[in-house]
Write a protein that binds this ligand. Structure first.
Ligand code: NAD
Length: 335
């Protein structure tokens, strides 16, 4: 039987590159669309180097319908994993139109092409950010969505568009709401290395560790959490990638739609994360407290039972795995 072809949009990015590796390891053929606005072509080479397998790469903007049509016309695609998006809350507040254009119009463009090619199978990268502030923790998928910034709205609008198409039987979709992805592949060759201001917390800590920044800024020290700093559910990128394979299998084999939280169920504060780095490094990381950032919430961690029941997903790695693999990756590119 020939291998199924999976299109990964945003596949040169942090999460996409790890998902590509997991797909290749699970004997799928992989095609990537990415405009490289927040990634580098060298990542595609690294994926091939680690996996010893080839993938097809297309440097295309997700809003370019003609170019995407061409990819579909040249390949019989079985499913799309749609990650291509802009992802900084702060940047989305400064430039909401760009966020709606890439994250919402980009999704619509992709969906139009999928419909033209009669492809229904989609996995969509959503985010825990769609929940906004929730009084009840851990957060279950039943919680009412409460997006608070353009980035969050762009994801909840995307979910609504997908859900309406699912109702009309035009799509079979796995919507995955990631909590806080962290860590890197064990090879140390791919990881979280953003091009511009779209970085997550770990790259920012690494910038201080490797001397590119003098001090790490912690936004908010007066949240109602045990140590006053924000609490998040960090999930290892390897676990997150495995969740995509399980979700994909559910869609390809059972045509079962699902919307699931993907996290560990455990919250860690920013200070705990810094301490975990300090313990592995054996040295202190300088930090200062700044005011809270607009759009940030005090705590956010997930209920894990639905992901376990529906796709059999359970995380296996902990915060120390995330810290040590991030350091391993950073050592390679900082050398
Ligand atoms: P990333 O920026 O590393 O990857 C996104 C990729 O999409 C990049 O390679 C970028 O070049 C590409 N891209 C952006 N705009 C594009 C466009 N117009 N056309 C084509 N390609 C484009 O981000 P990531 O952390 O890997 O996130 C991947 C997805 O997961 C995003 O949809 C993001 O919203 C979602 N997500 C990420 C996190 C996180 O903390 N990393 C959390 C929740 C959800």
């Amino acid at each position: 039987m020939s291998k199924k072809k999976i299109l990964v949009t945003g596949g040169a990015g942090y999460l996409g590159s790890h998902i590509c590796l997991e797909l290749l390891a699970n004997k799928y053929e992989v095609l990537v669309i990415d405009n490289l606005v927040n990634s580098d072509i060298s990542t595609i080479n690294s994926i091939q180097e680690i996996s010893l397998k080839k993938l097809k790469f297309y440097q295309i903007d997700i809003r370019d319908q003609k170019a995407i049509e061409k990819v579909f016309s040249e390949n019989k695609i079985s499913a799309v994993i749609h990650l291509a998006a802009l992802k900084s809350i702060t940047e989305s507040l400064e430039n909401p139109y760009e966020y709606y254009d890439v994250n919402v119009s980009g999704l619509i463009t992709l969906l139009k092409v999928m419909e033209n090619y009669r492809l229904k199978n989609l996995i969509f990268s959503s985010s825990a950010v769609v929940y906004g502030k929730q009084t009840i923790q851990p957060i279950s998928e039943k919680a009412k969505l409460s997006p608070e910034n353009p980035y969050a709205f762009s994801k909840s609008i995307g979910e609504e568009i997908i859900s309406s198409l699912v109702k009309e039987n035009k799509l079979t979709a796995g919507v995955l709401r990631y909590f806080n992805p962290a860590g890197s592949h064990e090879s140390g060759l791919i990881g979280d290395k953003p091009n511009k201001t779209q970085g997550n917390i770990i790259p920012k800590i690494l910038e201080v560790i490797f001397g590119y920044e003098k001090v790490f800024k912690i936004y908010g020290s007066d949240y109602e959490t045990p140590d006053g700093t924000g609490v998040r559910d960090y999930i290892h990128v390897d676990d997150l990638s495995k969740a995509h394979i399980l979700s994909l299998q559910k869609i390809l084999n059972n045509q079962q739609n699902h919307t699931l939280n993907i996290g560990t169920g455990k919250g860690h504060s920013v200070l705990e994360l810094i301490k975990a780095f300090e313990e592995v490094l054996g040295k202190k990381i300088p930090y200062v407290f700044e005011n809270r950032r607009e759009g940030d919430v005090a705590e956010c961690f997930t209920e894990t039972s639905l992901a376990k029941d529906i796709i059999g997903f359970q995380s296996s790695k902990d915060i120390n795995d995330m810290v040590s693999s991030s350091l391993n990756f950073a050592k390679n590119y900082s050398a």
